[in-house]
Design a protein around this ligand. Structure first.
Ligand SMILES: Cc1cc2nc3c(=O)[nH]c(=O)nc-3n(C[C@H](O)[C@H](O)[C@H](O)COP(=O)(O)OP(=O)(O)OC[C@H]3O[C@@H](n4cnc5c(N)ncnc54)[C@H](O)[C@@H]3O)c2cc1C
Length: 272
């Protein structure tokens, strides 16, 4: 027997949970299906963890430059396990708060992967059981996932997406970031601040190519100060994994080797 609701929302990211809460405020009975963690990409693998890491990186850089401001700090170094621990604590406390908010709004959370099987029919598959939901309206809020470059497939270890880059247990000695958009540039800042040798490769003529030209130029100038090498107008053609590192070849023939390759060339809709 399927449970019946006015609305079923698939996905509990900022799109999904806001829609679900708004529907209950308007008097609808609502279920939200989530296959991973409440809060979606933004809370668990996106905005919140990236800003937590950036804020630690910023603090470290400020401390290193403190002498310039007349403040003597004898040594400032990154304590990476603590930085990661702080980030994890922020994410889990926000997740707890959000779960309470959703539950208090009388939204029923159904755990599992939702599949729309017919008009008004949703099947939610979980390890333990499969549940049927019938709803007048179905809201798809399934978000996005990182785009993979077919010749440089993700392996979660040496060729990684932003998701793994936010959770690295150790600071890598070197990292090649393919894609100079916002996600690539943010993570370049985090890792360069804690001592990783970062090279960022962008196919277009400047970093953050979606913004005005001066923004990219300004970021390139600041990146130089952080020791980040920005290679623009270059595509990566292939990557070859060796023991403990990856060697990437650029269109122009140059090769660069690093411990990690972060592919951040954009995201695509999850609509399968
Ligand atoms: C590293 C990084 C940093 C970012 N920083 C910022 C920032 O600073 N500011 C900003 O505005 N944006 C930022 N973003 C973008 C932001 O995360 C997204 O715009 C936002 O998460 C989109 O919300 P959403 O609800 O559409 O999807 P998502 O947050 O992706 O949520 C979708 C949810 O749907 C679930 N789902 C998918 N399919 C199913 C299914 N079949 N059944 C059940 N559940 C399913 C997923 O598990 C997920 O929880 C960042 C993204 C990344 C990756």
């Amino acid at each position: 027997m399927a449970e019946g609701y006015d609305v079923v929302v698939i996905g509990s990211g900022p799109g999904g949970y806001a829609a679900a809460i708004r529907c209950t405020q308007r008097g609808a009975s609502v279920a939200i299906a989530e296959k991973e963690l409440i809060g979606g990409t933004c809370l668990n693998w996106g905005c919140i963890p990236s800003k937590a890491l950036l804020s630690s990186a910023h603090t470290l850089l400020l401390a290193k430059r403190a002498a310039m401001m007349g403040v003597d700090i004898t040594s400032a170094t990154a304590n990476w396990p603590k930085i990661q621990g702080r980030k994890d604590a922020i994410v889990s406390s926000f997740r707890k708060g959000l779960t309470g908010l959703v539950e208090n709004s009388k939204v029923k959370i159904v755990w599992g992967r939702a599949i729309v099987t017919a008009p008004r029919q949703v099947k939610v598959e979980a390890d333990a059981a499969t549940m049927g939901i019938e709803a007048d309206k179905i809201i798809l809020a399934t978000g996005s996932k990182p785009i993979e470059i077919p010749s440089i497939a993700f392996d979660g270890e040496t060729v990684i997406s932003s998701k793994e880059a936010l959770e690295l247990q150790q600071i890598p000695k070197s990292m090649i970031i393919i894609g100079g958009g916002v996600i690539g540039c943010e993570l370049a800042c985090v890792y360069a601040a804690v001592g990783t040798k970062v090279t960022i490769v962008e196919a277009l003529s400047r970093l953050i190519p979606m913004e005005d030209e001066w923004v990219g130029r300004l970021i390139e100038r600041e990146f130089k100060k952080l020791g980040i090498e920005a290679v623009t107008n270059q595509k990566v053609t292939c990557a070859e994994k060796t023991k403990g590192s990856v060697k990437v070849t650029l269109e122009g023939g140059r090769t660069i080797e690093a411990e990690k390759v972060l592919v951040s060339v954009g995201r695509k809709a999850v609509c399968d």
